[in-house]
Design a binder for this molecule. Structure first.
Ligand code: NAP
Ligand code: HSE
Length: 426
């Protein structure tokens, strides 16, 4: 019998509990022995919970699990940095295998935790940390192992994809759509990390680390969120044949790893454009396999629990048969991350200008001086006394675009630069 200590009984923890209950016989036959939840750590043992469970399992003392010699496997579903980090360290140090859905911890401390697990002869699995129910961690480590992964595009945050879908399809505002995403259990306890792009950044950092077998410092990932997306941007994107998605991008280039998270215009006929609601997708290119897209539910109780339980089965087998995960050093290479100023993109710019002759010529002059060439210029309906202008550039280095924006400050007729969004032709 494999004895499990569950840390957390929230959205994902309760999903894991119910799958382990519902499929206990099936899981037993897959592993060769049964799984038993020995204890469950929560913050508040007296809180009413909307699942059927044995409340005698609850504790608010972490040591009941971490120092319990009977427990073989710790499943961390608390989230956040502390105390989750200390709990995982203690579990590994005490010779327990660990399964976690915590992307922040894996993105920040993955190398250290994997090393500790190897030293202690136990396993550490984190399939649910990226893209909820979609298998991507194990495929990157195993199924695509014959490939050099050249690029990854991901829609990796269910909450923001849900919000953008509602803003696009139903004209909802961001706050209303976010409340619904929270009610459905998609958002983080601090939804700021969804909206700001941080959650997706942790995930693309994890995928890039596995794809290129290197450590990606999360501080090197350029991150922008969806806070500034306005209905006008969504509408203009559609007119131009694009959709706006919060895109996580990772490309292996001769100049370093180009890794970033930001809203992007993507062509409306690309497979990623059809990924809506809380669904996630990963579109990657390997030198042997070519293009592959993995699609599924990226957040929510049961989809995420499905990935956690898959890791529990794997870890359970390793505990039962006495063979911990041996995958070598998965962080063995050193690759630098490109500074965003050196990355090339085309850009959409939405400006408000005074309706006077010669304004466009002044804008074109500033752009020309900075080697920014225009693919299109659209003047929208006049809103006296200003006119919204939309510019789409050809491919240009980010630093040249930023110099142009700085140069716009000297053009008195530019009332506002409302938004700048990168255009990814994928
Ligand atoms: P959640 O609903 O907020 O649940 C957190 C659970 O942890 C609760 O049971 C809470 O106890 C317990 N907890 C929190 N802080 C604690 C502390 N200091 N000591 C003891 N227990 C504590 O979170 P969740 O949505 O299930 O997310 C869990 C993890 O899964 C996070 O790392 C998240 O990023 C990841 N994840 C979530 C999803 C998703 O769709 N929700 C998808 C993929 C990955 P109480 O119940 O007493 O408050
Ligand atoms: N808050 C995350 C999301 C949960 O919305 O994608 C899944 O990691």
């Amino acid at each position: 019998m494999i004895k499990i200590g569950l840390l957390g009984l929230g959205t994902v923890g309760s999903g894991v509990y119910s799958i382990l209950e519902k499929h206990s016989e099936n899981l037993k036959s897959k592993i060769g022995t049964g799984l038993q939840i020995e204890k469950i750590l929560v913050r508040d043992v007296s809180r009413q919970r909307d699942i059927d469970f044995d409340s005698g399992l609850l504790t608010d003392k972490a040591e009941d699990i971490l120092d319990n010699p009977e427990i073989h496997l710790v499943v961390e579903l608390i989230g956040g940095e502390e105390p989750a980090y200390q709990y995982i360290l203690k579990a590994l140090n005490n010779g327990k295998s660990v399964v976690t859905a915590n992307k922040l911890l894996i993105a920040k401390y993955g190398q250290e935790l994997m090393k500790l697990a190897a030293e202690k002869g136990v396993s550490l699995y984190f399939e649910a940390s990226v893209a909820g129910g979609i298998p991507i961690i194990r495929p990157l480590r195993e199924s695509f192992a014959a490939n050099k992964i050249e690029r990854i595009y991901g829609i990796l945050n269910g909450t923001t994809n849900y919000i953008l879908t509602k803003m696009t399809g139903e004209g909802q505002d961001l706050e209303t759509a976010l409340k619904e995403a929270q009610r459905l259990g998609y958002a983080e306890s601090d939804p700021g990390s969804d909206i700001s792009g941080a959650d997706a950044a942790y995930k693309i950092a994890i995928l890039s680390s596995l794809a290129y077998e290197t450590v990606i410092d999360i501080n090197d990932v350029h991150i922008e969120g969806i806070e500034n997306i306005e209905p006008e941007d969504i509408e203009i994107a559609r007119e131009l044949g694009y959709l706006i998605k919060l895109l996580a991008i990772s490309k292996f280039t001769a100049d370093g790893v180009d890794i970033r998270v930001h809203p992007a215009f993507i062509p409306e006929n690309h497979p990623l454009a059809s990924v809506s609601d809380a669904y996630n997708a990963i579109y990657l290119h390997g030198d042997s396999v070519g293009d592959v897209m993995l699609y599924g539910q990226g957040a929510g109780r049961l989809p995420t629990a499905s990935a956690v339980v898959a890791d529990i089965i794997q870890a359970g087998k390793e505990i039962y048969y006495g063979s911990p995960d041996i995958n070598g050093d998965i962080y063995k290479n050193v690759h630098k991350v490109m500074d965003i100023s050196q990355v090339e993109n085309s850009f959409y710019l939405r400006l408000q200008v005074k309706d006077k002759p010669g304004v466009l010529a002044k804008i074109a002059e500033v752009l020309g001086k900075n080697q920014v060439s225009l693919a299109s210029v659209i003047q929208k309906h006049r809103q006296n006394p200003v006119v919204p202008i939309v510019l789409v550039t050809h491919q240009v280095k980010e630093e040249n675009l930023q110099k142009s924006i700085a140069g716009f400050k000297n053009i008195g007729e530019i009332v506002a630069v409302n938004n700048i969004i990168r255009v990814e032709e994928l």
